[in-house]
Write a protein that binds this ligand. Sequence first.
Ligand SMILES: C[S@@+](CC[C@H](N)C(=O)[O-])C[C@H]1O[C@@H](n2cnc3c(N)ncnc32)[C@H](O)[C@@H]1O
Length: 236
Amino acid sequence: MNISNYEKYISAETMMGPSSIRILEELFDKYPLQCAPDDLILDLGCGTGLTSLVIAKETGARVYANDLWVKAEENEKRFYNWGISGQVTPVCEDANNLHFNEKQFNALASIDSYHYFAGHKGFFQEKILPFMKDNGEVLIGIPGLKDEYEGQAEELLSAWLGNEAYMFKSPKLWEELIGSNDRIESVETWEMDCFSKAWDEWLATDNKHARGDRQYFETIIKPYTCFVGIYIKLKN
Ligand SMILES: C[S@@+](CC[C@H](N)C(=O)[O-])C[C@H]1O[C@@H](n2cnc3c(N)ncnc32)[C@H](O)[C@@H]1O
């Protein structure tokens, strides 16, 4: 994936945290999705739809761009301006209560959002798996806690994250939380390599949240946190 193809879309307005495109780049480099044009991918928690654009361009598949905080009408306008309206459909639903068809999606990607709603056992099996086709693939990249600090999120991160610190969990814990099922072939979780690049690009923007993060980067974010990559392969 050549990130320079997307530079004109990346701005303080479309970014909502550490570069979602860097996170997606690592996921796609490690697990390239082989899609046909009529395959369907769910971008879960897509925010402003930057990741939906990249997923559509890189795979050639159709994308459902679902988010809770960003309205579908807002993303619809952006997708029109970006010339991807025919390929990317905006949706505004809570990930806890999605209304897609059974076994509708060939793949799911979720960047910097899964930790908001999925951090308990059974979520994947109950809320996501029913919508995934057999042989489907799931790529997730989220901020988390390094394995050696698991269990200490509140103590170590609260000064920065307040009452959202509990959402940060380690790669090992995420593997347990995803769990097993007779439709799941394998689950892999890892500490991602893109941490520095993704953070550097975010902290360089003039976004007000980035300005807030800057003061905690050296003391909290860099020593204790990481990005957690999650790859789930479903059985045929
Ligand atoms: C930090 S933003 C990241 C957005 C985008 N994926 C990116 O990386 O730029 C987190 C996103 O998670 C979404 N989110 C949080 N809770 C959600 C839920 N229950 N259902 C669907 N999306 C949710 C929010 O709407 C928000 O846009």
